[in-house]
Design a protein around this ligand. Structure first.
Ligand code: ADP
Length: 402
């Protein structure tokens, strides 16, 4: 491999039944290889691996995360990038929940792994998967520094009034109940890129970022620091998502237990996997939703209207929280690719200085760009997120000082 190989970072994002990965250069962002193992624990699991412009796919049973990671390493070796000899400088792990404990990218040792495992009650699907990924990677690359980058970290310093739920304070304290916020790596990266695009110091800017993917969240950022975000103790709160409800009346839970005799796991599944766009329309993928709407499907149209209504509610809240905004930025699958969502989210707000240039909004582009008219009071931006690059950079930084 080339001399740049010395400075590659392997980024690992372990979900409950999947592992996404990327081997990349943290400076240039150039990706050597990437892929995903999915359906871990099911019969029809598999891997899709991309390197040197080729995609390799295998299907078959993958028992657990250790087997999944081993398969990833085999795939690298088979495609000419043996990770043991590729000069991997660091492994960066996306960890969903850092609780109160972790708010910086952290060099992993046994105590850090134990602490991440301890936080599993706050993220029962995610943190155990993250721990499994970390433990396997440490075994496979024992000489390489491993760094945990937390999805909650950016929001650690939220103001008390924004992070406190108005429930019995003793109960909240005993169970770690507060707003933590998620997608922090994306909100931090995207707001930084937005400031760069504007040629401004982030310290001078009031920003609102909408991360609209399968999961979705918004944040209000003043001077580079978030003052509120839509996700909470868990990633369930806030915006309407692919399969998650976002905000609901908490009384619905007790009502469902009493009236529908659902137990708490069934309700958890209902709200996390069978709600949101999917619950309302039957589909969670935004492109499918748009196709249904084009075909006159009224349930899909209602799902879309609820989605936009919720977005605009938070836009209004954050405009007031910030006392005015300099930039509103859209990112992630829907935010980057749906001009319709951007137009509807910001429609009829010219009295607040918020306006979209229709031609710029619909122009096809994959790069960070303005979609507001020149000299607009509020800059409206589309900025592609790149969580892998942000994790790689953080991991590399920590490894350099290790
Ligand atoms: P995640 O990382 O949370 O899984 P992504 O950021 O990849 O999600 O976003 C996935 C969502 O983006 C899906 O709902 C998908 O339909 C939507 N999406 C992707 N491309 C487009 C497009 N061209 N128009 C509208 N939605 C799109």
């Amino acid at each position: 491999m080339t001399e740049a190989a010395d400075d590659l970072v392997l980024v690992i994002n372990s979900g409950s039944s999947s592992i996404k990965y990327q081997l990349l250069n943290p400076e240039s962002g150039a990706v050597t290889a990437s892929g995903m193992v999915d359906r871990i624990g099911e019969g029809n699991a598999g891997i899709e691996h991309q390197s040197d412009g080729e995609t390799t796919e295998r299907r078959g049973a993958i028992a657990d995360h250790t087997a999944g990671l081993r398969l990833i390493f085999d795939m690298f070796a088979e495609t000419g990038h043996d990770l043991a000899n590729a000069g991997v400088r660091a492994v960066g792990h996306r960890v969903v929940h850092g609780g109160e404990v972790f708010y910086q990218p952290t060099l992993i040792d046994d105590a850090v792994v134990a602490a991440i495992a301890d936080l599993s009650s706050l993220a029962p699907l995610h943190n155990p998967a993250n721990v499994a990924g970390i433990e396997s990677a440490r075994k496979l690359l024992p000489e390489v520094p491993q760094v945990a980058v937390f999805d909650t970290a950016f929001f650690h310093g939220l103001p008390d009034a924004a992070k406190t739920y108005a429930i019995d304070a003793k109960v909240a304290a005993a169970h770690g109940i507060r707003k933590y916020g998620f997608h922090g790596t994306s909100h931090e990266y995207v707001s930084g890129q937005a400031a760069k695009l504007l040629g401004r110091d982030p310290a001078e800017l009031n920003q609102i970022v909408f991360h609209l993917g399968n999961g979705a969240s918004a944040s209000a950022i003043r001077g580079g620091h978030p003052i509120d975000t839509t996700m909470g103790l868990t990633p369930l709160e806030g915006l309407v998502m692919g399969t998650r409800s976002g905000d609901i009346d908490p009384g619905i839970i007790a009502h469902l237990m009493r009236s529908a005799h659902l137990d708490i796991d069934q309700i958890d599944t209902l709200l996390n996997r069978d709600s949101g766009l999917k619950g309302l329309s039957g589909v969670n993928d935004f492109r499918e939703l748009q196709r249904l709407i084009e075909n006159g499907d009224t349930a899909a149209k209602l799902a879309y209207d609820v989605y936009i209504h919720r977005l605009r509610r938070y836009l209004g809240a954050y405009l007031i929280d910030l006392g005015g905004v300099d930039a509103i930025t859209f990112t992630a699958g829907v935010g980057e690719n749906s001009p319709q969502v951007r137009a509807d989210a910001l429609a009829d707000l010219s009295r607040f200085g918020i306006e979209i240039d229709p031609a710029a909004n619909t122009a096809k582009s994959r790069t960070a760009r303005h979609i507001s008219p020149p000299n607009a009071e509020v800059a409206i931006l589309v900025v592609p997120t790149n969580e892998e690059l942000a994790i790689a950079r953080a991991a590399h930084r920590v490894a350099e000082t290790a």
